[in-house]
Design a protein around this ligand. Sequence first.
Ligand SMILES: [Zn+2]
Length: 246
Amino acid sequence: MVYDPDDPATDATARAMFEEQIGWAVEEGVDYIVCETISHLGEAKIAIDVCNRAGLPLVLGFAIHRSGRLRDFDGSLAEACRICLDEGAHLVGFNCHRGPATMLPLLREAAEEVDPARLCTWAVAYRTTALQPAFGALVDNAMPFPEALPGGLSFPVGLDPFQCTRYEMGDFARQCHELGVRYFGGCCGTGPHHVRAMAEAIGRTPAASRYSPDMSKHYALGTDERLLRHNRDYVPHFTAEPTRPG
Ligand SMILES: [Zn+2]
């Protein structure tokens, strides 16, 4: 965050910070480094260089705000990904700020320029949209007392109504996988149930699948013959006639 492309002195400051953090990681014997939420290509290049010198593979995530661009680079994001791979990043892609709906288009565009197997992503688990592509811009029109939101913004602590379901995050994983991306996950707002659903969506059965809900045992919606008949018969009273507006 100290990096400022208009102030060359910050190159050395950012480099020193990367060297310090990556140095600790090297001492502890890590397998690779994840450098995330980077918005400047110049800063990414410094991180790549420090990792190269440390002999560690780097997974690099760019954070793309509403503009859809990096803060110091006029070229496309796909081009920026290509540059980072050429400089020595092991994987490059996008993390944070965008939920599945507005993250996938970035990946699709980048996949036309670089091998999708060299792309990575971890999206926020929020319903970002074409009009509000980054979660900092989400506006909660249903909030009954919006004055309670700091600065009138749902970001970062009033985002609950925009939360993706496990099914949406699972679908995100499936689409990443189909695209050929092999390193994907969740960023802000992601819970363990999302991660489990993402693994299951691509055919995996992680240890946590043991706790995936078995709806056949639900007291009223389930199908298990041992469930009480009067509860199952009552189901139409709470599932019929949806009250969804419109
Ligand atoms: Zn995040």
